[in-house]
Design a protein. Structure first.
Lengths: 280, 450
């Protein structure tokens, strides 16, 4: 049997297809404005990579910010639950998950593979990937490079602002004062790590700590976060896909509970997908 | 692809709750009619001092800007008022009720005090004076002061003694406070008599107080009935039925209405009929509701079987005044003072037992959580409201520490839809279900009753 998890995040859309043995394929691509079309495209791409057809998938769970825009999904589950399940599958001893996404940041407390508590930033972009995106734009650098560049600093600049807008202004001020880009980035990453740490501390950070999401791909951020936490953290080899992985695990569990009308469901799913083919 | 249209207002589960909107309309229509007839009209805060009952006993029709703010938000017509207040320099961190009202008042003034035609529910007419109150909230002082300046009308503020838990148990504290409050009320009546050029009709006041206490007693009985499992009524019912007891409890229609509410809820309790058909979780809500999106609670009920069994301490009536405090008191002002003091201090004993401060907004939840067998607390902190927010974080920690009851935090505003993220609320709630499951097991292991 085959199961799929699709995680439409604010920045990246991820898909994981698995069977009872483990992960078959995973894909990730930028989330655009048209979630429904993207959901269709990304699942088609993943199916092609796995050498499967749509009707071979037994159950699909959608998660993430755009989960309601996956018309062919059999169920929708919150990203908090999916991240927790995905990380627990990869690291059974996990106690604290810190997920740093494009628009939000979550701390999840786990015990025995089940959620015990969680905390999530509210409406502010500070403490999220969006903060780093704005800063990298301001500095004319690639988002994926700024973490490594920050590690070259041995004198992080003092950055007092964690508000994205104010921090952008402070970066310009520091540049005009002649502070190096490395030191500015180190200061910013340090400030961001401080903000994330203080938010997640509300649910008590305990070993093992796993960092996921786009933020986990930023070596500078992980370094400063680890410093604040005070002990080593774990990072999955593919930190972007844990939500989609959790969704695919839940798809497998839900499929086991699903009986009867399966054929009817498959027809419905196909109809929802081919809707876009007709438009193309 | 056809989208399922989301309903923003709540369908409510009680028939009486569906009918309660009548009272809000009655209040506003009553003040407009009085204004047209040249009779005195005033605007009042929710005062919990019965200053409004005294005002009505003097023949003044009242409307309530806080209620008007909630109404504007519920029909999603508050934003133009908020924008207009902000364009006049009012910060967006000021109370949503205040901003809505200041925006409305500015429009009213600029329209030569003719109510603008597009005012939700017909609008509020220009008042003769403003009745403010120092209880609960600090922002309200400045709000009504600014209204007074916009409209050039007098503002009377009923000061309220803010008694701490330890102070409550000190020797003459209560006696001194009651004495202070009675004196405040006498001065208020003198102000009204001077303003209207007529004397207080004490018999009229006593008659109104009698109806007031009867209405409150029924409202309290309804609160007690709500302890039943399954919950016979939920938060969205309460936020409707509270209009008569909070704003016009001295109105005989309100008393009749509450008798019907009581009968309906009692019937449901006796027949074990739950407000929602699939009650799986019982939650508390703290403190002030997102008036613009009450339909979200219907969705939580449908999706997860969550019944919001109790909510919003500040809007509930207190328990009836104990007999030894009531009987033998012949001065209606002393009766009012005693009842108001009781409202804000009746949970002082709970606060002392739990070694905590303050009583306001906090200690009552230590009782509610047990009485209503709550699995979780939905915290709705407001950027624009300090008193109902800092206490909420305190309640959150205490419920976990003392009762192993978790909470979920969804930021928002009472009126300002612009700062409420509905999707975020759904995501958090979905994940929170699992958290409640876990703590149910924890409570069971630790020997809690629920």
């Amino acid at each position: 049997m085959f199961f799929a998890g699709i995680d439409i995040g604010s920045t990246i859309t991820k898909v994981v297809i698995k069977n009872e043995e483990g992960i078959l394929v995973s894909t990730a691509q930028p989330t655009g404005a048209e979630h429904r079309r993207l959901a269709h495209e990304v699942i088609k791409g993943a199916l092609k990579k796995a050498g499967l057809t749509f009707d071979q998938i037994d159950f699909i769970v959608a998660t993430g910010y755009g989960r309601i825009n996956v018309p062919f999904a059999d169920a929708q589950v919150s990203e908090i639950t999916c991240h927790m399940r995905g990380v627990s599958w990869l690291f059974p001893g996990v106690s604290t998950v810190i997920d740093i996404g494009g628009q939000d940041c979550k701390g999840i407390k786990v015990a025995g593979g089940r959620m015990r508590n969680f905390i999530m930033n509210d409406k502010c972009a500070a403490g999220t990937g969006r903060f780093l995106e704005v800063i990298s734009d301001t500095l004319g650098l690639k988002l994926e490079d700024i973490g490594e560049i920050s590690l070259r600093s041995d004198n992080p600049a003092g950055v007092s602002k964690t508000c994205t807008i104010f921090a952008e202004q402070e970066v310009l001020l520091r540049l005009s004062e002649g502070v190096s880009v490395e030191d500015i980035l180190a200061g910013l990453h340090k400030a961001l790590a401080g903000r994330i740490h203080s938010m997640v501390s509300k649910i008590k950070i305990e070993k093992d700590v796993v960092i996921t999401g786009g933020g986990a791909k930023n070596a500078g951020l992980c370094k400063y976060l680890e410093e604040r936490i005070g002990f080593p953290v774990l990072i999955p080899s593919e930190p972007l896909i844990t939500g989609a992985l959790g969704a695919s695990i839940l798809a497998q569990e839900m499929a086991a509970k699903t009986s009867a009308d399966e054929q009817v469901k498959k027809e419905r799913k196909l109809e929802a997908v081919t809707f876009f083919d007709k438009e193309d | 692809m056809e989208e399922k249209k989301k309903k923003k207002s709540s369908a409510k589960t009680l028939q009486t709750a569906r009918e309660a909107g009548y009272f809000g309309k009655k209040m506003l229509a009553g003040t407009r009619q009085a204004y047209e007839e040249g009779k005195p009209v005033a605007w009042s805060m929710v005062d919990w001092w019965m200053g409004s009952t005294i005002t009505k006993a003097m023949g003044i029709e009242l409307c309530y800007p806080e209620n008007y703010g909630a109404f504007c938000a519920s029909v999603r017509k508050a934003e133009p008022n908020l924008d207009y207040a902000e364009s006049d320099g009012v910060p967006n961190t000021i109370c949503g009720y205040a901003r809505n009202c200041i925006g409305y008042t500015r429009k009213l003034k600029e329209n030569n005090f003719i109510i603008p035609e597009d005012s939700p529910s017909g609008g509020m007419p220009k008042p003769l004076f403003l009745l403010a109150c120092g209880a609960v909230c600090d922002a309200r002082y400045k709000w009504f002061q600014s209204l007074g300046r916009y409209m050039e009308v007098p503002v009377w503020t009923l000061e309220f003694p803010q008694t701490g838990v330890n102070e409550y148990f000190m020797g003459d504290n209560k006696k001194d406070n009651i004495k202070f409050m009675v004196q405040e009320l006498r001065e208020f009546i003198a102000f009204l008599e001077n303003l209207l050029g007529k004397k207080m009709d004490w018999d009229n006041l006593s008659g109104k107080l009698d109806t007031f206490f009867k209405t409150h007693e029924l409202a309290h009985k309804v609160d007690l009935l709500r302890k039943s499992v399954p919950s016979p009524a939920v938060c969205t019912d309460f936020w409707s039925i509270m209009i008569p007891h909070l704003y016009m409890p001295e109105d005989p229609e309100a008393l009749d209405f509450y008798q019907r509410v009581y009968d309906e809820v009692k019937y449901k309790v006796d027949n074990k009929i739950g407000a929602i058909p699939n009650e799986k979780y019982r939650m508390l809500f703290g403190e002030l509701p997102p008036w613009h999106t009450l339909g979200i609670f219907d969705e939580f009920a449908e999706k997860y079987g969550v019944a919001f069994a109790f909510e919003s301490w500040n809007y509930h009536v207190p328990s009836p005044l104990p007999d030894d405090e009531r009987y033998g008191i012949n001065d209606p002002l002393e009766l009012i003072a005693r009842y108001s003091y009781h409202k804000f201090n009746e949970h002082a004993q709970v606060a002392r037992e739990q070694c905590m401060e303050p009583t306001l907004f906090t200690a009552p939840y230590m009782k509610f959580v047990k009485d209503y067998k709550a699995d979780g607390l939905f915290c709705h902190p407001l950027i624009s409201c300090r008193p109902a927010t800092y206490t909420l974080m305190h309640v959150r920690n205490l419920l976990m520490e003392k009762f192993k009851v978790p909470s979920v935090v969804v930021e928002g505003d009472i009126v300002d839809l612009r700062v409420f993220n509905e999707e975020e609320a759904h995501s958090k709630m979905e994940a929170f279900i699992e958290t409640m499951d876990h703590y149910r097991e924890v409570r069971k292991k630790e020997g809690f009753e629920w």
